[in-house]
Design a protein around this ligand. Structure first.
Ligand code: BES
Ligand code: ZN
Length: 642
């Protein structure tokens, strides 16, 4: 059967499962592994259980080259072909470990036998299937070695030149989620397969390599490093960074890796990480990954944070000096339970990672920084969700989203995050905190180190919450949350009194009352974000000048506040802010912060000119995926030249 036919068959059964789920929320998918539209891997025949990498990171050539050894479990005894995911990889050789072959002098001698392989036609999103022929065998495990090399513009990698980093040394990092791992390792790039790994990384002396694995903070910067990840993780959590990185401990099992210029500030900003872990452990069970370190990324890092196990990657834009944006770390830490421990089987199920982590982020923030801050952040999240819902077509408003023929990296919206969070809030309120926390602890235990589908979760929810405490929430209500667009009418929404004084100041000012000297002196970052976020779209130049003069928004050290301000400035073509705006867009690459600003600029003819000029200047500093996304905004398809 062709892949297309298989895909439509799986689509049919998925629809059938969804309508079955309408009557009974514990809907079941057809037997066998869930179909992942974003991987070519034949997981019903072989499954990778362990990975060993021996790679050289070459800054001069901008390549990673070496060998990946894959330990495979033969699930189907008749299988004679393994299909792996690759994208923009040069495959040099494939060999298989063979014992007892003709010519062996002793029984235990190991031979590596060359195996035929070919690459299928490239798909622009998925890349190329690597098909390897293996002789039929009764053995249930096989080991293959693939010698390969990445290309300089591999999607998951950003190679920063010395000029682009704080220390004027080169830097390399990976951003694998969702389907980027195949651009630097040939493997089964689907989250439903979990494998342990070991790695040897060789690079220049004086550079330190770190990975989503056991890192040795005391390792000498010799250029040769070894890593072990003893827990099975999905492929999107494979991560590597190499740079002039130093380490500072913040607690017995926590610390910060960063370039020297930001190391101390970062350690101060993230000083509460141990308290966050303890808060989470108290609510949701043990932290099972031994250490939790944070790597502060170069400013071009496209995400706020990435939950690479044992070593979260974090944007430097959250190092503000007042801990006001550290809920990003709370969110990434929460993934150590939601996602990394129990995670999505396919990208349709990503809300199981993101919605749960957002919910847990609120709980951690509440425990460490107080309920007021948590509720303000939840309310800002809700505002952002509502704005997204207003733009998204109904089928993209459901939690279990259909991603067929789409790039899962481009479809991310607030829905899996904020709607997911509200769904868990709803269950929390309906069943009561004690029961709900016990349920979540049980869930993380039950599925520990497994990847699950939405349906697996719903079945577990039915048995362990709905049926155990009947009469509180119906299957239909849960179904509406997961499979229907919009927000259910009985959603439990966050409330806070912290925004009342902010509304009062804004309303009075909009009605002509001048800003008093003391206004905002006691406001926290979330109140400023709300102050700016709820401004009317259209303001007069004099009003914007008054705001900037009083509050210094253009110069704000807080990248989120600056972002909100620039949005307002652009919408009103407030030129005096454009100098700082240009600096902002050329110095950071976090997508959530820069893409909306380019979009806003593109709405007016003078803005278009600014967007194009600034992008031309900034582009080389952005991560390749970010550059692609911004290019799509600034040079929309169909536009031919100028
Ligand atoms: N897992 C995501 C990062 C991600 C999302 C990578 C989609 C690739 C595709 C991470 O946990 C995340 O959600 N980061 C957020 C910050 C968070 C506080 C909501 C981000 O990067 O903005
Ligand atoms: Zn997340």
């Amino acid at each position: 059967m062709t892949r297309k036919a298989l895909a439509s068959l799986a689509a049919l059964t998925l629809t059938a499962a969804a309508s079955f789920a309408a009557e009974h929320i514990g809907g079941r998918l057809p037997p066998g592994p869930p179909f992942d539209y974003h991987s070519y891997a034949n997981v019903d025949q072989f499954r990778v259980t362990h990975l060993e990498l021996n790679l050289r990171v070459d800054f001069w050539r901008k390549t990673i080259a070496g060998v990946a050894a894959l330990e495979l479990k033969r699930v189907d005894p008749r299988a004679t072909q393994i299909v792996l995911d690759t994208k923009d990889l040069m495959i040099l050789e494939v060999t298989q470990k063979a014992t007892d072959v003709v010519g062996a002098t002793s029984k235990n001698e190991t031979f590596w036998v060359s195996r035929p392989f070919h690459l299928e036609k490239a798909d622009p999103i998925l890349g190329r299937a690597l098909v390897i022929e293996l002789p039929s065998s009764r053995s249930t495990t096989e080991i293959i070695k693939i010698a390969y090399e990445t290309l300089p513009d591999s999607q998951a990698l950003q190679w920063l030149t010395a000029k682009q980093t704080a220390r004027h040394k080169e830097f390399l990092y990976t951003q694998s989620e969702p389907i980027g791992t195949r651009t630097w390792i040939p493997l089964q790039d689907t989250p439903q397969v979990r494998a342990t790994y070991k790695a040897k990384i060789h690079t220049e002396r004086g550079m330190r390599a770190v990975m989503s694995a056991e890192n040795d903070p005391a390792a000498k910067q010799t250029g040769d490093y070894t890593f072990v990840m003893p827990q099975p993780i999905p492929s999107y959590l494979m991560a590597l960074a190499v740079g002039d990185i130093e380490f500072l401990a913040t607690g017995p099992r926590t610390g910060v890796y960063a370039e020297k210029s930001i190391l101390k500030a970062a350690a101060k900003e993230f000083a509460d990480t141990e308290s966050m872990i303890e808060a989470n452990e108290k609510m949701f069970g043990p932290y099972r990954w031994s250490r939790y370190d944070i790597l502060v990324m170069p400013p071009s890092f496209p995400q706020g944070g990435m939950e690479n196990p044992r070593l979260t990657f974090i944007t430097p834009t959250v190092v503000v000096g007042d801990k006001s944006l550290v809920s990003v770390t709370a969110h990434e830490l929460a993934h150590s339970w939601a996602g990394n421990l129990v995670g999505n089987a396919t990208w349709r199920d990503v809300w199981l990672n993101e919605g749960f982590s957002d919910y847990m982020e609120s709980r951690i923030t509440g425990a460490v920084y107080g309920e007021e801050r948590a509720s303000m952040e939840a309310l800002l999240g809700l505002k952002s969700l509502r704005a997204d819902l207003a733009k998204l077509k109904p089928s993209d408003q459901i939690l279990a989203i259909d991603l067929r023929d789409r790039d899962p990296g481009e479809v991310f919206s607030d829905v899996p995050y904020e709607k997911g969070r509200l769904f868990l809030n709803y269950l929390d309120t309906k069943f009561g905190r004690e029961r709900f926390d016990a349920f979540l602890r049980g869930y993380f235990d039950h599925f520990a180190f497994k990847s699950i589908t939405t349906e697996d979760f719903l079945e577990y929810l039915q048995e362990n919450l709905l049926d155990r405490f009947p009469g509180l929430v119906t299957g239909d209500q849960v179904h509406a949350w997961v499979f229907e667009p919009g927000l259910p009418a009985d959603a439990v929404l966050p409330v806070t009194s912290m925004f009342q004084p902010v509304d009062a100041v804004r309303d009075a000012w909009l009605n002509g009352k001048p800003l008093a000297k003391h206004v905002g002196l006691d406001w926290v970052a979330q109140q400023w974000l709300y102050f700016l976020g709820q401004m009317p779209a259209s303001l007069r130049t004099a009003q914007l000048a008054e705001l900037d003069k009083n509050f210094g928004f253009s110069k704000s050290p807080n990248a989120e506040i600056a972002h909100s301000w620039f949005k307002l400035a652009i919408a009103n073509e407030y030129q005096p802010a454009y100098g700082r705006l240009e600096e902002y867009l050329t110095s950071i690459g976090r997508r959530k912060l820069i893409a909306p600003l380019y979009e806003a600029l593109m709405k007016s003819p003078p803005g278009v000119l600014v967007a194009k000029r600034v992008f031309a200047k900034a582009r080389a500093g952005y991560h390749p995926e970010t550059a692609k996304a911004i290019e799509a905004i600034v040079e929309p398809k169909g536009e031919v030249g100028e």
